[in-house]
Write a protein that binds this ligand. Structure first.
Ligand SMILES: Cc1cc2nc3c(=O)[nH]c(=O)nc-3n(C[C@H](O)[C@H](O)[C@H](O)COP(=O)(O)OP(=O)(O)OC[C@H]3O[C@@H](n4cnc5c(N)ncnc54)[C@H](O)[C@@H]3O)c2cc1C
Length: 375
């Protein structure tokens, strides 16, 4: 008889776990406390972002994820755009970092160093003043996560018979049972994918774990007129010191040193700036990073101003009108680990702590975790 599994949380980590089990014949039931997922997984840029990952196992995991996303999006008719990305250089030290990045990575990745003219031919949104060159990467893909996450749940229900219990908060777990108040369900295996609310179900585990929470401020600009498109997602130099993928560049410490002097306030609030465009032509921009177990619920206008101010240094849009602003919170490991996968008791596994990479890595991570145990 087929085994069954219960998953708690319908964010991308819960969905990725559901997929990895369902394709192996498990009968999967997902419990989500809200009527739909409204956590980090729908608040992000929707960037599937291999360029941010260091060459080696994490990059391979990102590319595995990307392939799974591509299959799901194609089969479920989910909007996605394989636009690639451009990191723009306006100073010699930024150009040096991207040149070194390309030198180290060109044999492994679809990347290239572009002249200003070549970069401008890829995106009409680039600020050309003082542009010295750009790093092109062809592997980045954009999703509209606020739609895609619900669509993936529907796809798993339709294709694999995954059952979803919405509006059902799990209040305790005692393998083989999970409880929501007085009601209970049983399964051979239970997976806890509860995202930033990691302390409710296993407070002891998380009190001891090297994990914190990160708050990010984001904005969305209105649909650009005349169906104007920016092409690839765009990033400024601050993103080069944010993502581990760039640590392969020998000159990165020197660039970081300049930014520490020139952009001390940005760095203090964890600001690096990226922009992507969705299918409606709206622009998603961000972000900042504040760390701590409790976060101020009120967003800071000056952070949004720092983000848009920096964005003006490398991008020009047709319409800068603000449509929305919001924040999201994700769990983040503080010990350098890229995730937390723990068997908390026999039959119960916690999968959490993917930080700012959940859209990029979850499908690959959960495929690897489940394959290792089941195949
Ligand atoms: C602003 C922002 C931008 C980001 N940009 C990117 C990006 O561009 N690319 C990228 O790769 N990553 C990005 N990330 C990171 C990515 O969004 C996260 O890593 C990922 O969404 C985490 O997924 P999750 O399933 O762990 O958490 P969540 O999406 O928060 O899902 C957890 C779910 O569990 C449910 N839950 C919790 N407790 C219970 C319970 N007791 N019972 C039932 N349900 C429960 C919650 O309601 C929630 O729906 C970004 C994150 C943020 C916040």
């Amino acid at each position: 008889m087929n085994k069954n599994a219960i998953i708690i949380g319908a964010g991308i980590v819960g969905l990725a776990t559901a997929r990895a089990l369902a394709i192996r014949g498990y009968k999967v039931t997902v419990f989500e406390r809200n009527e739909r997922a409204v956590g980090a997984s729908i608040r992000n840029f929707g960037m599937v972002w291999p360029i941010g990952q260091a060459t080696g196992p994490m990059y391979e995991r990102a590319m595995l994820s990307r392939g799974i996303w591509k299959t799901i999006c194609t089969e479920a008719n989910i909007w996605h755009n394989e636009v690639g990305s451009l990191h723009l250089a306006y100073h010699d030290d930024e150009l040096q970092v991207i040149s070194e990045y390309v030198e180290v990575n060109k044999q492994y990745r679809d990347c290239a160093l572009l002249t200003p003219g070549e970069a401008i031919s890829k995106s009409p949104a680039i600020n050309t003043d003082g542009l010295k060159g750009a790093l092109w990467s062809g592997e980045e893909m954009i999703l509209e996560s606020r739609e895609a996450i619900g669509q993936v749940a529907k796809y798993l229900a339709n294709k694999y018979g995954v059952e979803f219990h919405w509006n059902t908060a799990i209040s305790s777990i005692q393998h083989p049972a999970v409880w929501s108040g007085a009601q209970s369900w049983q399964a051979d295996e239970i997976f806890v994918c509860s995202g930033a609310d990691f302390e409710t179900l296993y407070p002891g585990l998380f009190a001891q774990a090297d994990i914190t929470k990160c708050k990010l401020q984001m904005m969305r600009l209105v649909t650009q007129p005349d169906e104007w498109r920016i092409g690839p997602s765009l990033c400024g130099g601050l993103s080069m010191i944010h993502y581990p993928g760039f640590q392969a560049a020998a000159s990165l410490p020197a660039l970081r040193k300049r930014y520490e002097e020139q952009y001390a306030t940005h760095l203090n609030w964890g600001i690096h700036v990226m922009v992507s465009q969705n299918g409606n032509g709206e622009l998603t921009i961000g972000d900042s990073h504040e760390y701590g177990l409790v976060h101020d619920p009120f967003d800071k206008a000056f952070i949004n101003n720092l983000i848009t101010g920096y964005l003006h240094t490398f991008a020009n849009f047709k319409d800068w009108s603000l449509l929305q602003s919001w924040h999201g919170i994700y769990p983040k490991m503080t010990n350098g680990a890229t995730e937390l996968v723990v068997d908390v008791e026999p039959g119960v596994t916690v999968i959490n702590g993917l930080g700012g990479n959940g859209m990029t890595l979850s499908l690959g991570l959960c495929e690897q975790v489940i394959a290792k145990r089941k195949d």
